[in-house]
Design a protein around this ligand. Structure first.
Ligand code: PXL
Length: 265
């Protein structure tokens, strides 16, 4: 059995963060390990507050786990603070280039609550350098690259920025927040020319669904752990999330939660 390590915030609703990551790994038949970067107080309506974990505790957990066994993939989500992000950089030094890393560059929750402080961006950039895949949504891509992504050509420029300026191996720029057709852009680096693959999306009229980004990145990570090529892992992850959205359900007063499909391993 393959194993995946998630470094992410805890979402007590179970919809996003560590809880979503571990459920996703399990559904893919991948063993999940988890290091919590921050606690959140939230419900399906909004994030009430964020409490980062002591950075030294995050570092100790990473070093202790990695000294014992090497996971087949590492997925990084919410990091909350610069201190935590810098300790994640430190902790992962020994596995850089040896284990595929998938980064969901979480900047804020859907209600606008910041989930990463601005001064943590240099540490986030360091994590992105050499990672296998980074999965920004439209807003994160625009903010991190400083390129307006309203036109598809500009999305390609932003994706290229992640590959050539920040050093990511590949970028999945999620188009769900785009007005009009919610196509995703998969950009693959490697050669001198970035390869752009537009993946057609269809809007599912479901209302707001919580945790789609976490599930998508974790699903791709599970696929990579199983040795799937990037394009295949991404396509399967999009199908996984699409099915999750179409079977989503309302449990509280706010956003819906993904209906997790049956075993997809
Ligand atoms: O979906 C982004 C996200 C990631 N991680 C945690 C979260 C959220 C959104 O609320 O709470 C822990």
């Amino acid at each position: 059995m393959k194993s995946a390590l998630s470094i992410a915030g805890s979402d007590p609703t179970g919809g996003a963060g560590m809880q979503a990551d571990l459920q996703t790994f399990a559904l893919h038949g991948v063993r999940g390990a988890g290091i919590v970067s921050a606690l959140t107080i939230q419900d399906s309506v909004r994030v009430h507050s964020v409490l980062p974990v002591f950075p030294s505790v995050v570092l100790d957990q990473i070093r202790t786990l990695l000294a014992d066994a090497t996971p087949d993939v590492i997925k990084i989500g919410m990091l909350a603070t610069d201190d935590v992000a810098r300790n994640v950089v430190l902790g992962l030094q020994s596995v850089r280039g040896k284990v595929p890393i998938v980064i969901d560059p979480v900047l804020e929750a859907s209600d606008g609550t910041p989930l990463l402080e601005r001064r943590a961006w240099p540490a986030l950039h360091e994590l992105i350098r050499g990672c296998h895949l980074v999965t920004p949504n439209l807003n994160e891509a625009e903010r991190l690259s400083d390129i307006d992504c309203s036109r598809k050509k500009d999305c390609e420029k932003a994706a290229d920025f992640f590959i050539h300026e920040l050093g990511a191996g590949a970028v999945l720029l999620k188009g769900g927040h785009r007005s009009g057709s919610p196509d995703d852009l998969l950009a693959l680096g490697g050669g001198s020319e970035t390869r752009f693959i537009w993946l057609e999306g269809e809007r599912i009229e479901s209302g707001s669904v919580h945790g789609t980004g976490c599930a998508l990145a974790s699903s791709v990570a599970a696929g990579l752990a199983q040795g799937r090529p990037m394009e295949d892992a991404v396509q399967r992850a999009r199908t996984f999330v699409r099915e999750g959205i179409s079977t989503s359900a309302q449990f509280g007063q706010g956003a819906r939660f993904l209906g997790f499909p049956g075993d997809v391993s």
